[in-house]
Every structure is written in structure tokens, then in C-alpha cells.
Write a protein that binds this ligand. Structure first.
Ligand SMILES: [Zn+2]
Length: 75
């Protein structure tokens, strides 16, 4: 696995996996890089696992390809 460096301060960033439950049937897993030094965060992907009447639906969002998310833009 290649090491990733922070675009702001050139420090090494950590790869973080975070999972959270939202409601009874939805679980989200987030993958991202985070720089401890300056707080820079690069989202990699979000995975959403949804249980619905015994069936499981998995949605994977690859966030790394969606560059240019500077602030929040509402259209
Ligand atoms: Zn940094």
C-alpha cells in the first residue's frame, strides 16, 4: 500500500476506517485519509449497508474521484 502525503503540509496522513449505525437498518462505513498535523481530510469512499426485510443492499460511493469539493456548494 502506497503512503499518502498531505497536499497542504506534506506530512504523512493516516488511513481511517469509521463505521457508524444510523437507525436500525442502516450502517455506514467511511474510509478517509486524515492528516494529524493540519487536519486535512481526504474522503476515499463511503459504504452504506442497508437491510430491508431480510435483503441487504450495499451502496458504495467512491469519493476520491469527486475532486473539487471546496466548501459546500448547493445547486
Ligand atoms: Zn497536513
Amino acid at each position: 500500500m502506497a503512503e499518502v502525503y498531505c497536499p497542504r503540509c506534506k506530512g504523512r496522513v493516516d488511513f481511517i476506517v469509521e463505521s457508524e449505525r444510523s437507525g436500525d437498518s442502516i450502517k455506514r462505513i467511511k474510509y478517509y485519509y486524515k492528516c494529524k498535523v493540519c487536519g486535512f481530510r481526504q474522503n476515499v469512499s463511503d459504504i452504506e449497508i442497508m437491510r430491508d426485510n431480510g435483503s441487504i443492499k450495499i451502496t458504495i460511493k467512491n469519493l476520491k474521484t469527486e475532486e473539487g469539493s471546496k466548501g459546500s456548494s448547493v445547486s
